[in-house]
Design a protein around this ligand. Structure first.
Ligand code: OAD
Length: 233
Protein backbone atom coordinates (compact mmCIF):
# COMPACT_ATOMS: atom_id res chain seq x y z
CA UNK A 1 0.00 0.00 0.00
CA UNK A 2 1.22 3.48 -0.84
CA UNK A 3 2.39 5.38 2.21
CA UNK A 4 1.19 8.94 2.89
CA UNK A 5 3.71 11.67 2.10
CA UNK A 6 5.17 13.51 5.08
CA UNK A 7 7.13 16.65 4.19
CA UNK A 8 9.23 18.16 6.97
CA UNK A 9 10.82 21.59 6.91
CA UNK A 10 13.62 21.91 9.46
CA UNK A 11 15.63 24.84 10.75
CA UNK A 12 18.46 25.41 13.20
CA UNK A 13 16.28 24.44 16.19
CA UNK A 14 16.32 20.74 15.31
CA UNK A 15 20.10 20.67 15.74
CA UNK A 16 20.18 22.81 18.91
CA UNK A 17 20.02 19.76 21.18
CA UNK A 18 23.01 18.35 19.27
CA UNK A 19 25.00 21.37 20.47
CA UNK A 20 24.87 23.43 17.25
CA UNK A 21 24.00 27.07 17.89
CA UNK A 22 20.93 28.56 16.28
CA UNK A 23 21.18 31.96 14.56
CA UNK A 24 18.65 34.22 16.24
CA UNK A 25 18.16 32.87 19.79
CA UNK A 26 19.90 34.68 22.68
CA UNK A 27 23.63 34.02 22.22
CA UNK A 28 22.88 32.77 18.68
CA UNK A 29 25.44 33.02 15.90
CA UNK A 30 24.14 36.31 14.51
CA UNK A 31 24.52 37.92 17.92
CA UNK A 32 28.22 37.05 17.93
CA UNK A 33 29.21 37.48 14.27
CA UNK A 34 28.52 40.30 11.79
CA UNK A 35 26.14 38.41 9.52
CA UNK A 36 26.66 40.52 6.39
CA UNK A 37 30.44 40.19 6.68
CA UNK A 38 30.57 36.42 7.14
CA UNK A 39 27.51 35.15 5.28
CA UNK A 40 26.77 37.44 2.33
CA UNK A 41 27.96 37.54 -1.26
CA UNK A 42 29.36 41.06 -0.72
CA UNK A 43 31.12 39.96 2.46
CA UNK A 44 32.82 37.10 0.61
CA UNK A 45 33.97 39.42 -2.16
CA UNK A 46 35.36 41.87 0.40
CA UNK A 47 37.09 39.42 2.75
CA UNK A 48 37.04 35.75 1.68
CA UNK A 49 39.53 34.81 4.42
CA UNK A 50 37.16 35.96 7.18
CA UNK A 51 34.32 33.97 5.60
CA UNK A 52 36.46 30.82 5.37
CA UNK A 53 37.47 31.24 9.03
CA UNK A 54 33.82 31.56 10.05
CA UNK A 55 32.76 28.40 8.19
CA UNK A 56 35.81 26.43 9.34
CA UNK A 57 34.76 27.20 12.92
CA UNK A 58 31.24 25.95 12.09
CA UNK A 59 32.78 22.76 10.63
CA UNK A 60 34.78 22.16 13.80
CA UNK A 61 31.54 22.43 15.82
CA UNK A 62 29.72 20.12 13.44
CA UNK A 63 32.22 17.26 13.49
CA UNK A 64 31.91 17.11 17.28
CA UNK A 65 28.09 16.95 17.07
CA UNK A 66 25.86 13.90 16.78
CA UNK A 67 22.27 13.54 15.53
CA UNK A 68 19.70 13.74 18.35
CA UNK A 69 16.41 11.95 19.01
CA UNK A 70 14.48 14.40 16.82
CA UNK A 71 16.63 13.59 13.77
CA UNK A 72 16.24 9.88 14.60
CA UNK A 73 12.47 10.13 15.07
CA UNK A 74 12.17 11.40 11.49
CA UNK A 75 14.04 8.31 10.29
CA UNK A 76 11.71 6.09 12.33
CA UNK A 77 8.66 7.69 10.67
CA UNK A 78 9.86 6.30 7.32
CA UNK A 79 8.24 2.99 8.40
CA UNK A 80 4.81 4.60 8.09
CA UNK A 81 5.36 7.55 5.72
CA UNK A 82 7.32 8.57 2.67
CA UNK A 83 9.33 11.22 4.47
CA UNK A 84 10.92 14.13 2.58
CA UNK A 85 13.03 16.56 4.56
CA UNK A 86 13.62 20.09 3.35
CA UNK A 87 16.23 21.66 5.58
CA UNK A 88 17.57 25.18 5.92
CA UNK A 89 20.42 23.65 7.90
CA UNK A 90 23.85 23.26 6.38
CA UNK A 91 24.79 20.49 8.82
CA UNK A 92 24.63 16.82 7.83
CA UNK A 93 22.85 15.52 10.92
CA UNK A 94 19.73 14.32 9.03
CA UNK A 95 21.95 12.28 6.71
CA UNK A 96 24.03 10.92 9.59
CA UNK A 97 20.83 9.92 11.43
CA UNK A 98 19.86 7.94 8.31
CA UNK A 99 17.09 9.94 6.62
CA UNK A 100 16.63 8.83 3.00
CA UNK A 101 15.52 12.09 1.36
CA UNK A 102 17.14 15.36 2.42
CA UNK A 103 17.01 18.53 0.34
CA UNK A 104 19.33 21.32 1.51
CA UNK A 105 18.02 24.80 0.79
CA UNK A 106 20.99 26.79 2.10
CA UNK A 107 23.87 24.53 1.05
CA UNK A 108 26.10 22.07 2.85
CA UNK A 109 28.80 22.94 5.35
CA UNK A 110 31.12 20.06 4.58
CA UNK A 111 31.30 20.98 0.89
CA UNK A 112 33.21 23.71 -0.93
CA UNK A 113 32.88 24.75 -4.54
CA UNK A 114 34.94 26.56 -7.12
CA UNK A 115 34.46 30.31 -7.34
CA UNK A 116 34.96 30.16 -11.11
CA UNK A 117 33.08 26.91 -11.90
CA UNK A 118 29.96 26.34 -9.77
CA UNK A 119 29.74 22.70 -10.96
CA UNK A 120 33.09 21.85 -9.37
CA UNK A 121 32.30 20.76 -5.79
CA UNK A 122 34.54 19.00 -3.28
CA UNK A 123 33.60 17.31 -0.02
CA UNK A 124 36.00 18.20 2.78
CA UNK A 125 37.95 15.45 4.45
CA UNK A 126 37.01 15.86 8.10
CA UNK A 127 40.20 14.12 9.25
CA UNK A 128 42.27 16.85 7.61
CA UNK A 129 40.14 19.85 8.38
CA UNK A 130 42.90 21.59 10.32
CA UNK A 131 45.42 21.28 7.50
CA UNK A 132 42.96 21.94 4.65
CA UNK A 133 41.94 25.60 4.91
CA UNK A 134 39.22 25.12 2.25
CA UNK A 135 40.44 28.04 0.17
CA UNK A 136 41.93 26.12 -2.81
CA UNK A 137 40.44 23.10 -4.54
CA UNK A 138 42.44 20.00 -5.46
CA UNK A 139 42.41 21.38 -9.03
CA UNK A 140 43.91 24.70 -7.87
CA UNK A 141 40.67 26.71 -8.20
CA UNK A 142 39.87 29.33 -5.56
CA UNK A 143 37.03 27.85 -3.52
CA UNK A 144 34.09 29.18 -1.54
CA UNK A 145 31.79 27.53 0.98
CA UNK A 146 28.99 25.53 -0.71
CA UNK A 147 26.56 27.77 1.14
CA UNK A 148 23.79 30.01 -0.14
CA UNK A 149 24.94 33.45 0.99
CA UNK A 150 22.55 36.28 1.72
CA UNK A 151 21.93 38.18 -1.56
CA UNK A 152 22.05 34.90 -3.54
CA UNK A 153 19.15 32.93 -5.03
CA UNK A 154 18.13 29.61 -3.46
CA UNK A 155 18.59 27.05 -6.25
CA UNK A 156 16.57 24.25 -4.59
CA UNK A 157 13.48 26.29 -3.77
CA UNK A 158 11.47 25.06 -6.78
CA UNK A 159 12.11 21.42 -5.90
CA UNK A 160 11.08 22.26 -2.33
CA UNK A 161 7.81 23.88 -3.44
CA UNK A 162 7.01 20.81 -5.58
CA UNK A 163 7.53 18.55 -2.58
CA UNK A 164 5.35 20.72 -0.34
CA UNK A 165 2.53 20.56 -2.92
CA UNK A 166 2.62 16.75 -2.63
CA UNK A 167 2.48 16.66 1.19
CA UNK A 168 -0.31 14.76 2.95
CA UNK A 169 1.09 16.03 6.25
CA UNK A 170 3.47 18.99 6.64
CA UNK A 171 5.73 19.49 9.63
CA UNK A 172 7.91 22.48 10.55
CA UNK A 173 10.60 22.08 13.22
CA UNK A 174 12.81 24.69 14.87
CA UNK A 175 12.76 27.68 12.57
CA UNK A 176 11.98 31.32 13.30
CA UNK A 177 10.27 31.56 9.87
CA UNK A 178 11.98 34.84 9.04
CA UNK A 179 14.27 33.91 6.13
CA UNK A 180 12.57 33.79 2.74
CA UNK A 181 11.93 31.97 0.50
CA UNK A 182 12.18 29.04 2.97
CA UNK A 183 9.74 30.69 5.38
CA UNK A 184 7.12 30.82 2.60
CA UNK A 185 6.95 27.03 2.14
CA UNK A 186 4.27 26.74 4.83
CA UNK A 187 2.02 28.84 2.56
CA UNK A 188 2.39 26.29 -0.28
CA UNK A 189 0.68 23.44 1.58
CA UNK A 190 -2.54 22.23 -0.09
CA UNK A 191 -5.80 23.24 1.62
CA UNK A 192 -6.89 20.78 4.29
CA UNK A 193 -3.45 19.25 4.83
CA UNK A 194 -2.56 19.21 8.54
CA UNK A 195 0.46 21.29 9.55
CA UNK A 196 2.41 20.73 12.77
CA UNK A 197 4.96 23.29 13.98
CA UNK A 198 7.37 22.21 16.74
CA UNK A 199 9.30 25.03 18.41
CA UNK A 200 9.73 26.13 22.04
CA UNK A 201 9.35 29.76 20.95
CA UNK A 202 7.31 29.56 17.76
CA UNK A 203 6.72 32.39 15.28
CA UNK A 204 3.16 33.69 14.97
CA UNK A 205 1.37 31.45 12.48
CA UNK A 206 -2.17 32.45 13.45
CA UNK A 207 -2.84 33.80 9.95
CA UNK A 208 -2.27 30.35 8.40
CA UNK A 209 -5.11 27.85 8.71
CA UNK A 210 -4.53 24.32 9.92
CA UNK A 211 -1.37 24.89 11.98
CA UNK A 212 -1.10 22.82 15.17
CA UNK A 213 1.66 24.34 17.28
CA UNK A 214 3.62 21.97 19.53
CA UNK A 215 5.44 24.34 21.85
CA UNK A 216 8.41 22.18 22.80
CA UNK A 217 12.02 21.46 22.00
CA UNK A 218 12.56 19.27 18.96
CA UNK A 219 13.21 15.98 20.77
CA UNK A 220 10.18 16.27 23.06
CA UNK A 221 7.99 17.69 20.29
CA UNK A 222 8.91 14.84 17.97
CA UNK A 223 7.90 12.29 20.62
CA UNK A 224 4.47 13.97 20.82
CA UNK A 225 4.17 14.17 17.04
CA UNK A 226 5.27 10.57 16.43
CA UNK A 227 2.53 9.39 18.79
CA UNK A 228 -0.06 11.49 16.92
CA UNK A 229 1.10 10.41 13.47
CA UNK A 230 1.39 6.70 14.19
CA UNK A 231 -1.76 6.28 16.34
CA UNK A 232 -4.14 3.67 14.86
CA UNK A 233 -6.92 5.42 12.88
P1 OAD B 1 16.85 30.78 13.73
O1 OAD B 1 18.04 30.89 14.61
O2 OAD B 1 16.35 32.01 13.05
O3 OAD B 1 15.65 30.16 14.53
C1 OAD B 1 15.84 29.05 15.34
C2 OAD B 1 14.49 28.56 15.83
O4 OAD B 1 14.73 27.37 16.56
C3 OAD B 1 13.76 29.54 16.75
O5 OAD B 1 12.41 29.63 16.37
C4 OAD B 1 13.91 28.88 18.13
O6 OAD B 1 12.79 29.13 18.98
C5 OAD B 1 13.98 27.41 17.75
N1 OAD B 1 14.66 26.54 18.74
C6 OAD B 1 15.63 26.83 19.61
N2 OAD B 1 15.98 25.74 20.31
C7 OAD B 1 15.21 24.73 19.86
C8 OAD B 1 15.08 23.34 20.17
N3 OAD B 1 15.84 22.74 21.11
N4 OAD B 1 14.18 22.61 19.48
C9 OAD B 1 13.40 23.18 18.51
N5 OAD B 1 13.46 24.46 18.19
C10 OAD B 1 14.36 25.24 18.85
O7 OAD B 1 17.20 29.63 12.66
P2 OAD B 1 16.53 29.34 11.23
O8 OAD B 1 15.09 29.69 11.25
O9 OAD B 1 16.91 27.96 10.87
O10 OAD B 1 20.75 30.88 6.65
O11 OAD B 1 17.32 30.36 10.32
C11 OAD B 1 17.09 30.40 8.95
C12 OAD B 1 18.34 30.80 8.22
O12 OAD B 1 18.87 31.99 8.78
C13 OAD B 1 19.48 29.81 8.36
O13 OAD B 1 19.36 28.72 7.47
C14 OAD B 1 20.69 30.64 8.06
C15 OAD B 1 20.31 31.87 8.86
O14 OAD B 1 20.86 33.08 8.42
C16 OAD B 1 21.93 31.04 6.04
O15 OAD B 1 22.98 31.12 6.64
C17 OAD B 1 21.83 31.14 4.56
Amino acid sequence: MKKPILVVSTGAGISAESGIKTFRDADGLWENYPVMQVASADGFRRDPELVHQFYNARRRDLIKALPNDAHRALVELEKDYDVYIITQNVDDLHERAGSSHVLHLHGELMKIRSVTNPDYIETLDIDHLETTPATRGKNGDPMRPHIVFFQEPVPNIEKAVELVHKADVFVVIGTSLVVYPAAGLIQCVRAGVPIYYIDPNPADTSAITGVHVIRAKATEGMRTLATLLTAPK
